[in-house]
Design a protein around this ligand. Structure first.
Ligand code: GAL
Length: 680
């Protein structure tokens, strides 16, 4: 059986010093695009905005090492000194996201190759293969030189390994990668017989006579053997992690400064398995960009933040490393932020445990691919709404400095996410290829988010102790050990809610025998005899009045009771939502892709039956979260709606010193943060 990469011992250091006093505020700073006069203006304006840290060097390799082994530190020394004199800390990036032209010219073989055999051209980002020994050697040389020069510089408070590893080089199908993949397979499975058995290669006559005959799943990913596909996804994540670890080791040998790398958890893809990575960074950090056509983008901020907190497991602070002050430029039609949205979005992350809010980037570039990307200092300069809101956010974060390090209140609901399930769901000749893993995870987070019920978004192997409810949205890939832990949680009095396709395949992507829903069949007290994927224009009516889209199942009850049934179509009369009482616990199954109103009704029943705590009782547009400081609770109230709302709370506003006795007005689109007190 394949080893899960999570078994690798974690390397993070315990409780590193936070890079800044109070909350961190700043962004990517790319001074190489500007003259030294502009640097001085930058530093003055950073101070005006309250910036206390910037990420430096992400794209500087070619300027720091203009020719192989020849360094130019003078300009970097100067800018670091300028920042340090102004009291601004440096989050120093190893510049390996952007290989210099001399390297790509001399060694074009380091460029990644796509699944169709096409080698990437120079000029993009992360243009290197994670398995390339040539790239590794050069990357570790610049990393070593940087660490030796700045490893104990007092300005350097955080190391930022490369940038968004996997964003551009997430998969490489070159021959070097292929050879590394085979090495990885040997370590995972041992023998070719074990691989053949695990992947079921007898199908279509794909039995391998030798591990040497195995190539990465090139070509159409949907035609690949699902077991091989999943193995290659894991390998690719592991291989990028190896690169991160190699750079981190160089830094850690030479510097006591904490090490991080910026994750990419948002509405986008599933590039690497961050649950494996999080144990290797000293500070969990994320880049989050809202997507225009994401109709629930406000909730996506909360989902990503809850995931980051979940990745720290111990609920340590984490860091929002990048987001935007306005429109990015990489979407089809980029959306500017509404007035007030900069503060609202940043504080949504802070409320959920980020000890800071940082942006891409400090000053808007005038040239280069992202010349129209928003920035803290826009092209319009300081006479702009964006700048005024950037200054306002800086001042808000200073006023909130006292919450730094304070944990977010403990959650009673855990939602388990799994990159492997995402990879497996979205590959292969499946009953329904358009199902999106993110749809289901976001839906079941949203129904609690809109009721001000905090959810920890956790890796599948996380400790479930202390939770009342565990939600498994489309947890397709489940090992026996994971299934046993869920089972024990319910038998110990917990409640679990699993949605369609959960438990269907094992960790080699083989369908579990004995009927659906596989690993959870006995626990749920229900079986599915046939999947009924729905066509694009097809819906099915439910007994609660909701309409199912995309997915339904023909279920049979084996001890569970039907909570909601299919009311028309070929599954009419069968259970769509079930509940199985198990001792003091319960196991719910949702066999359909529910509309929001039906999912909300399920969540409301769970909230009331389990007494799940709501931070406040308010309308669906109010987001509410507490952080527990040594001086009492700090409550964040974020109004995402366009109507003012009054919330029944008492305390003193930390943003403007207003006091509330029994009722706080949260104006439309605004944020109130208060230190709570009892009503008089
Ligand atoms: C991020 C990246 C930044 C910048 C930004 C633009 O993914 O790390 O360097 O490109 O996107 O939105």
């Amino acid at each position: 059986m394949a080893r899960r990469a999570t078994e690798r011992p974690h390397t993070r250091r315990d409780l590193p010093a936070w890079p800044t006093d109070g909350l961190s505020y700043g962004g990517d700073y790319n001074p190489e695009q500007w003259s030294p006069e502009v640097w001085r203006e930058d530093v003055r304006l950073m101070r005006e905005a309250g910036v206390n840290i910037v990420t430096l060097g992400v794209f500087s390799w070619g300027l720091l090492e203009p020719r192989e082994g020849e360094y130019d530190w003078a300009w970097f020394d100067e800018i670091i000194a300028l920042l340090h004199d102004a009291g601004i800390a440096v989050d120093l990036a190893t510049p390996t996201a952007a290989p210099p032209s001399w390297l790509l010219h001399a060694h074009p073989e380091v460029l990644p190759v796509d699944a169709h055999g096409e080698r990437e051209v120079p000029g993009g980002r992360l243009g290197w293969c994670a398995s390339s020994p040539v790239f590794r050697e050069h990357a570790l040389r610049i990393t070593t030189a940087l660490a030796e020069r700045y490893g104990d510089h007092p300005a350097v408070r955080l190391w930022h390994v490369s940038n968004e590893l996997g964003g551009g080089n997430g998969r490489c199908y070159c021959d070097v990668s292929a050879a590394r993949f085979r090495e990885w397979l040997r370590a995972e499975y041992g023998t070719v017989e074990a691989i053949n058995a695990a992947w079921g290669t007898a199908f279509w006559g794909h039995t391998f006579a030798d591990i040497e005959h195995i190539e990465p799943p090139r070509g159409d990913k949907h035609k690949a053997n699902p077991g091989m596909f999943l193995a290659f996804e894991r390998f690719s994540s592991d291989e990028l992690l190896e690169h991160y670890l190699a750079e981190a080791a160089v830094l850690r040998e030479r510097s006591a400064v904490p090490v991080t790398t910026n994750f990419m958890v948002g509405s986008g893809g599933h590039v690497v398995d961050y649950s494996d990575w999080a144990g290797h960074v000293d500070v969990v950090a994320n880049d989050h960009y809202t997507i225009v056509d994401d109709r629930v983008r406000e909730q996506d901020l909360a989902f990503a933040a809850d995931r980051m907190r979940g990745l720290t497991r111990a609920r340590e602070p984490w860091l929002l490393m990048e987001h935007s002050t306005g429109a990015p430029s990489w979407q089809q039609r980029n959306r500017a932020k509404a007035p007030g949205e900069i503060l609202r979005n940043a504080l949504a992350h802070v409320a959920r445990g980020s000890d800071g809010a940082m942006f891409f980037q400090w000053r808007a570039s005038t040239a280069g691919t992202e010349q129209f990307h928003s920035a803290m200092l826009p092209h319009a300069g300081t006479e702009s709404r964006v700048w005024r809101e950037v200054v306002e956010l800086g001042s808000a974060l200073r006023r909130l400095a006292g919450i730094a390090g304070a944990p977010v209140e403990p959650a009673k609901v855990a939602l388990l996410v799994d990159e492997e399930s995402a990879w497996a769901l979205q590959q292969g000749l499946k009953p329904h290829r358009a199902l999106r893993y993110a749809h289901e995870t976001r839906l079941w987070h949203r129904v609690f988010w809109q009721r001000q019920v905090l959810v920890d978004v956790l890796p599948v192997d996380a400790d479930l102790d202390g939770y009342d409810l565990v939600v498994l949205p489309t947890l397709l890939v489940v090992s026996d050990a994971q299934a046993a832990r869920v089972d024990a949680f319910v038998r110990g009095g917990g409640t679990v809610l699993a949605t369609y396709l959960s438990g269907i395949v094992d960790e080699t992507s083989r369908v579990r025998g004995g009927g659906y829903p596989g690993a959870f069949r006995d626990l749920l007290g229900v079986t599915t005899e046939e999947f009924r994927p729905l066509q694009a224009d097809e819906t099915v009516l439910l007994s609660d009045g909701g309409r199912v889209t995309d997915w339904s199942e023909d279920t049979n009850l084996h001890g569970a009771e039907a909570v909601v049934t299919y009311a028309d179509g070929d599954s009419a009369g069968r259970a769509a939502v079930t509940r199985n009482a198990v001792g003091d616990g319960a196991a719910w199954y949702v066999s359909a892709q529910l509309p929001l109103d039906s999912a909300t009704r399920v969540a409301d029943r769970l909230i009331s039956e389990l007494g799940l705590p709501r931070a406040v009782e308010a309308g669906t547009g109010i987001e509410a979260v507490r952080r527990n400081t040594a001086d009492g609770d700090v409550l964040f109230l974020i109004n995402h709606s366009d109507a003012d709302e009054t919330v029944a709370v008492s305390g003193r506003s930390l943003l403007d010193d207003a006091t509330f006795d029994g009722a706080a007005l949260v104006p439309a689109g605004r944020v109130v943060v208060l230190r709570e007190s009892a009503a008089e």
